[in-house]
Design a protein. Structure first.
Length: 278
């Protein structure tokens, strides 16, 4: 029986990443998979990228890694977005951008007889969106292969990030797991009267998988553990004094509330989701 840790969506949050890596080390877990979005948002993007290179055996490409490493025609964006792009672009080097752009889209392996597929957002799109409140058939699409997956087999287990909200769901004898976010944990279902403790939402999140790696024996046991740990938010905030989006960043890591809830709500409408009827 072996254990692997799966982390995602660091977003330049150095203090959160250091706490997660320390926790993984204490548990004697030697294999770490990163599902991308190492950069963007936080000021310490370069430092986070170096830690990922040093500690992760498998690193996948996230949508922010791809976007902010690409040649971007900023004239297509408004003035605020242009400043954001320039600031994030300047946090890493040309060598870093080349590294990020060449990261693989997905990875898969057998663990205790289950085909486990890892990707950032969906099997088809690096910036797609599927969450635990989507319709069942939308969620089922996460198990399907695409031109971006290593094989054309349906997955038994899928592990992804991108939405920054950790969850585990079983449908059709298959398992969906979102790791949550190391550095930018949020909860998009918010209600001022019903919300619980923000401190529980804004912890650093990651996943542990226990099983026999590279085993096709279906009789082998497997388990999944979603882990949430505290980190020094005050220190992280102080290190972001140069952050062009300081107030938004501070709000997200302290309150777990996405900076553009209108965008989230519009996404729900486009997907036919009425959160009041879930």
């Amino acid at each position: 029986m072996s254990s692997i840790a799966v982390i995602s969506d660091i977003h330049g949050n150095l203090e959160a990443l250091k706490s997660v890596l320390e926790d993984i080390k204490k548990r004697n877990i030697e294999k770490i998979i990163c599902l991308g979005d190492i950069i963007a948002k936080g000021s310490n993007q370069k430092e986070c990228l170096e830690l990922i290179k040093e500690n992760c055996q498998i690193v996948l490409r996230g949508n922010c890694d791809e976007f902010f490493s690409s040649d971007i025609d900023i004239n297509k964006f408004n003035e605020t977005e242009q400043k954001r792009i320039i600031w994030n672009h300047g946090k890493i080097t040309d060598e870093d951008r080349e590294y990020l752009l060449n990261l693989p889209f997905s990875h898969e392996m057998y663990i205790s007889g289950r085909l486990v597929r890892f990707f950032h957002a969906t099997p088809e799109k690096i910036n797609g969106f599927v969450g635990n409140i989507d319709k069942i058939e939308k969620s089922y699409s996460l198990f399907l292969p695409s031109q971006n997956t290593e094989s054309q087999n349906k997955a038994d287990v899928v592990v992804y990030g991108h939405i920054h909200t950790a969850y585990l769901q079983r449908i059709y004898n298959r398992t969906i797991i979102n790791t949550g976010s190391v550095g930018n944990a949020i909860d998009v279902i918010r209600n001022d009267e019903k919300d619980g403790n923000n401190n529980f939402t804004t912890l650093a999140n990651y996943l542990i998988i226990n099983g026999n790696l590279n085993s096709t024996n279906e009789k082998d046991s497997i388990s999944f553990e979603l882990v949430s740990i505290p980190y020094d938010k005050d220190k992280e905030i102080k290190s972001n004094i140069d952050n062009i989006e300081f107030d938004d960043y501070k709000t997200e890591i302290t309150k777990g509330k996405y900076r553009d809830m209108e965008k989230i709500n519009n996404s729900f409408k486009e997907r036919g989701i009425n959160i009041n009827e879930i």
